[in-house]
Design a protein around this ligand. Structure first.
Ligand SMILES: O=C(O)CCC(=O)C(=O)O
Length: 276
């Protein structure tokens, strides 16, 4: 399937490190993925932490279908080429009028990947607006080196350790990535980004998929990847080849929580190794 971005869009992504909005889901698809998400959240007996919502695509069929959605892949192919692996996914949720936020950071700091052939598709499953705390990015900063980050462990920070970049980001250098449900953005692994609080009266739900070129190596690969399109000619990872069976949500959740914990630990140990 040919990729869907124009050469201007590809050039813009390369220059800016961000591309949006890209329309990928019809309204009924948004409802389908949203109800998968709602069922998942309802199965928790507590408000899930972000780390508990990692790698859902390995255990929930709806999440697998989202990360392998042809329209999403058509756009990702435009920036990464025809061979695409899904390395990880996260769900970033801010309930209405909630104090949670995401400090400015660069993803490349703590993922333990040895290349920048990595992009995130951030897919809006609800309106992501200035009021609801949409993602904010500093275009062009993907060309900076990795800046020092501090682990703040701040309670309301949705990042696992409250990682916060140690440079001042001026408001004038930041762009609001406003998205309607069913639209997505693509952001470069090293772009500086974060987001503020949700002061609206609806939830802000973003499903973030981390795609890599198969040549990218991870310091300590832990969970399987999906070959979403094309071929893996490098063999750095185990593959998950079949979509997860449609389990009842409680059963899938218990498998999922065990795997999400391993993934969270994997990122922590990668960080420790990087700092040695
Ligand atoms: O959801 C957000 O506001 C930020 C997401 C983010 O940090 C990421 O996808 O890397």
């Amino acid at each position: 399937m040919p990729y869907s971005l124009t050469s201007e869009q590809v050039a813009s992504y390369e220059q800016q490190g961000i591309l949006f909005p890209i329309a990928v889901l019809q309204d009924e698809e948004v409802s389908h993925f949203r109800s998968g998400y709602d069922d998942l959240i309802a199965a928790f007996d507590h408000k899930p932490k972000s780390t508990e919502l990692g790698v859902t695509h390995l255990h929930f069929r709806w999440a697998w279908d989202l990360v392998t959605h042809p329209k999403v892949l058509n756009a990702v192919e435009g920036v990464l080429g025809p061979d695409l692996l899904v390395w990880a996914s996260s769900i970033f949720v801010k309930p209405p009028s909630d104090p949670s936020y995401i400090s400015f950071h660069q993803d490349g700091t703590y993922w333990g990947l040895d290349s920048t052939l990595v992009t995130t598709a951030w897919i809006a499953l609800s309106p992501s607006t200035i009021k609801s705390g949409c993602m904010r990015v500093a275009p062009g900063t993907q060309r900076d080196s990795i800046h020092p980050h501090e682990e703040t462990w701040a309670e309301d920070n949705l990042l696992s350790r409250g990682q916060e970049i140690q440079v001042d980001i001026a408001d004038k250098d930041v762009v609001d990535v406003v998205l309607q449900p069913g639209e997505m953005s693509l952001h470069h692994v090293n772009i500086i980004h974060g987001s503020g609080r949700n002061v609206s009266n609806e939830p802000r739900i973003g499903f973030a998929v981390r795609y890599i070129d198969p040549q990218v190596k991870q310091t300590a690969p832990g969970h399987p990847v999906i070959v979403a399109r094309g071929k893996d000619r490098y063999g750095h990872y185990d593959h998950m080849t079949e979509p997860p069976p449609k389990m009842n949500v409680t059963e899938a959740l218990s498998k999922h929580l065990a795997a999400a914990e391993i993934h969270a630990r994997e990122i922590l140990s990668t960080q420790a190794a990087n700092e040695e």
